[in-house]
Design a protein around this ligand. Structure first.
Ligand code: MN
Length: 429
């Protein structure tokens, strides 16, 4: 059952001209987000080409039941609806934006994206970050344990930690360099000060739709019904703070000073044409335990992820951003999105609409697809050179980092996620 319908039809075009051939937001995408513009309060909208269709302004064209959900300034009520309802709204939006009969009325409900401010799409109840990028886990593990990069549990249990929801922010939020305890190897005691090893992590985020009751695990066959959509996620990380604080309980202040997400919720429905088989596990690897055994023939997402950096000097010189990595990093997920959700709830933990789950850093198995500077600079030992001649082991003040994602498949109109952007701002000490 592919689930493909007329909303995915590559021949379908929009009367919003800029949508046709748009890199991110053709009529086949239709991601939802929360925006404000020119004195209006926060509203729910759908991205179409260079515009946003304001769903509050367009409410006369939507069913009564939708109006209530879409009147909120956040997507939580929509998220809670579940996949059948999400599919119905998608059908209607696709019809409204492709059928020219609606152009005269709905033209008035369009707002240019360049005139809008995007906000966090929902109230984030909880945020959990996983560690399913096996190449990242191996690369980082090797820096600490050359003989045994992956710990023995990695191929049995999807590793994760509970992050902090209060500091999840939308793309564009400045990244204030965190201060904290760090202990350089040669120092006897730690010191407190601004992080000197500030890094990014290229990740996908999942937005939980319908939740589960406490004590009621989500079976693997139903996990997909609980994932409403996806975003880009940057898990900003202070490696020096992390190295000193992480044992024995894991990441804490090295991570929770900020997590950035892209503003548009790219729905699971929009990504259907880009699903593919998970690369087979190496023969020597253990099979997943029964509760994690996913019978879905196409559980993986075919996404190309990219990270780029521009320094202040590069921008002043008019130089384009420098690409740090690009690749099919989603193929590096050792555990699928469904396995992540099932594992998270396997002890009875309840997930709720608007919960955010990060995949963990997604690096490919090649040097041009590494999803963090920790990996690219080999732990800071091999700085990279930027087009300006500057070198980088970690992020400097004024650096701007941009994450993007694209989905492409034969016979489908490709879609994108938009951007997840953040600029480093120094602390005055
Ligand atoms: Mn992470």
């Amino acid at each position: 059952m592919s689930g493909l319908d007329e909303t995915h039809d590559p021949r379908r075009t929009s009367w919003v001209e800029s949508a046709n051939g748009h890199r991110d937001f053709p009529v086949q995408n239709l991601p939802l987000g929360v925006f404000s513009a020119d004195g209006t309060s926060r509203r729910i909208g759908v991205a179409i080409g260079d515009f946003i269709l304001d769903l509050t302004a367009a409410e006369d064209f939507l069913d009564e039941e939708w109006r209530e959900d879409l009147a909120h300034p956040v997507l939580n009520a929509w998220l809670a609806r579940g996949p059948a309802a999400h599919g119905q709204l998608r059908q209607r939006l696709s019809e409204l934006l492709s059928d020219e009969r609606y152009q005269n009325d709905l033209d008035l409900c369009l707002i240019g994206q360049s005139e809008a401010t995007m906000h966090l799409p929902c109230i984030v109840g909880d945020y959990t970050d996983f560690y399913v990028g096996i190449h990242h886990a191996t690369n980082v593990g090797r820096q600490f344990r050359p003989d045994q990069p992956l710990l023995p549990n990695y191929k049995y249990v999807p590793i994760g930690y509970h992050g902090r929801a209060s500091s999840v922010r939308v793309s564009g939020e400045p990244v204030i360099r965190p201060q904290g305890q760090r202990k350089p190897p040669e120092a006897v005691v730690p010191e407190y000060g601004p992080s000197r090893r500030l890094d990014y992590e290229l990740e996908l985020g999942m937005w939980i739709g319908r939740g589960n009751r406490l004590g009621d695990p989500i079976p693997i066959g139903e996990a997909g019904d609980h994932i409403a959509g996806y975003c880009l996620l940057n898990d900003w990380s202070a490696r020096d703070l992390q190295a000193w604080e992480y044992q024995p309980l894991g990441p804490f202040l090295a991570k929770n000073f900020l997590t950035s997400v892209s503003p548009w919720v790219v729905t699971a429905d929009a990504l259907l044409p880009f699903r593919r088989a998970q690369p087979p596990r190496p023969e020597d690897d253990p099979q997943p335990l029964d509760y994690l055994r996913d019978e879905d023939p196409q559980p993986a997402l075919g996404l190309s992820l990219e990270a780029s950096l521009s320094s202040e000097r590069m921008r002043e010189a008019g130089q384009p951003p420098h690409r740090l990595s690009r690749g099919e990093a989603s193929a590096a997920m050792y555990w699928t999105a469904a396995q992540i959700v099932t594992h998270h709830s396997s002890n009875g933990c309840n997930l709720q609409p608007g919960d955010l789950i990060g995949t963990g850093t997604l690096s490919t198995d090649s040097d041009d697809g590494l999803g963090s500077l920790l990996e690219i600079s080999r732990g800071g030992k091999q700085p990279i050179t930027l087009p300006s001649g500057e070198t980088r082991s970690f992020l400097e003040d004024g650096d701007e980092l941009v994450l993007t994602a694209r989905a492409d498949a034969e016979g489908a109109v490709g879609i994108g996620f938009g951007e997840c952007r953040g600029m480093i701002v120094g602390v005055s000490t």
